[in-house]
Design a binder for this molecule. Structure first.
Ligand code: NAP
Length: 288
């Protein structure tokens, strides 16, 4: 089994990759930004072992801040993946690079296939697209795995925020005109590890893959499901439009990703989003 190096290991996704990998006894090592800055060429070259697999979960993810700090976002999301891809290419390591639905315009009416034309509308989306392009140009055997609406239920993510608001407020207004795929970080982590360990026995050809939990939802749908999941009345969630919550970076109105490429590669499809949310809420309760 190949050694796996996870960058951005203290983030939402990276921490679940490490947790799942180590709990299953897999040779997984995580590095946070303090131990490995993915934009540091010498440090990255020293960290990537020959024949290993790198899962890049490191990113500049402050979508709104990126609008006024595109240089910083591009350094991490555009240049960083290029540095990783070069280091992997130099020593024969494999690379799995995580990307986002924000590379698309978000004005589709049906799920985006992997070969749909990217057309990012935000600085974050542009920076992530640069990273995808660099990875694919430098290391064609690499996998670019796009995902969307990732949550753990901890910290300040959407699910955690809804759990908190359910306790603090009578009602909460949530936008009901953006459609996407809520994705439990742990399910995506399992998918990334499955892809990584296929590198030995039955490698998946390099290219772009889409990995999200199944189905689609609006933020309002997700909020109602969180309320119901914690035993609260979902009618306390009130639908509203994006116009009522204007943010610095535009949000895609429709960014559902088509997971056909993932299942066609023989990878286990991520379960439907409602099942995943139920599991996530159960895990949070168990750890409370
Ligand atoms: N969250 C979502 O809804 C979502 C949706 C679609 C795609 N994605 C993608 O999924 C991946 C994982 O995102 P996430 O939600 O886990 O984000 P996250 O929680 O913000 O984690 C990102 C991690 O990257 C680290 N990082 C930042 N700059 C770095 C650098 N120069 N070198 C090394 N590490 C650096 C951060 O460390 P510090 O905190 O120490 O800076 C942080 O721990 C990203 O590629 C993201 O674009 C996320």
């Amino acid at each position: 089994m190949r050694n796996v190096l996870v960058t951005g290991a203290h983030g939402q996704l990276g921490s679940h990759v490490i947790d799942l990998g180590t709990s299953s006894g897999s040779p997984v090592r995580g590095v946070g930004s303090a131990e490995l800055d993915i934009t540091d060429e010498a440090a990255v070259a020293a960290a990537v072992a020959p024949g290993s697999v790198v899962i890049n979960c490191a990113a500049y993810t402050a979508v709104d801040a990126a609008e006024t700090d595109e240089v910083a976002a591009t350094a991490v999301n555009g240049h960083g993946p290029a540095v990783l891809a070069r280091a992997c290419a130099d020593v024969g390591a494999a690379l799995i690079h995580v990307s986002t639905d924000y590379v698309f315009a978000g004005d589709a009416t049906q799920p985006y296939p992997v070969d749909a034309r990217p057309d990012p509308r935000s600085a974050y989306g542009r920076s992530k697209l640069l990273g995808e392009q660099a990875v694919r140009a430098i290391l064609p055997s690499a996998h670019v795995v796009r995902t969307a609406w990732v949550y753990t239920g901890e910290g300040n993510d959407f699910v955690a925020t809804m759990r908190r608001l359910e306790r603090d407020r009578d009602t909460v207004r949530v936008v009901d005109d953006q459609l996407g795929c809520p994705t439990y970080a742990r399910d995506l982590a399992a998918g990334l590890l499955e892809l990584a360990f296929r590198a030995d026995s039955d490698p998946v050809p390099g290219g772009i893959l889409h990995a999200t939990n199944g189905g689609e939802a609006t933020w309002y749908d997700l909020a109602c499901a969180v309320f119901a999941g914690v035993g609260a009345d979902p009618h306390r969630v009130l639908p509203c439009t994006s116009d009522e919550f204007v943010r610095p970076a535009p949000r895609p109105a429709y960014s559902v990703l088509d997971g056909q490429s993932w299942s066609a590669a023989g990878l286990t499809p991520l379960r439907p989003w409602r099942e995943a949310l139920e599991a996530a809420l159960g895990a949070l309760d168990a750890h409370a």
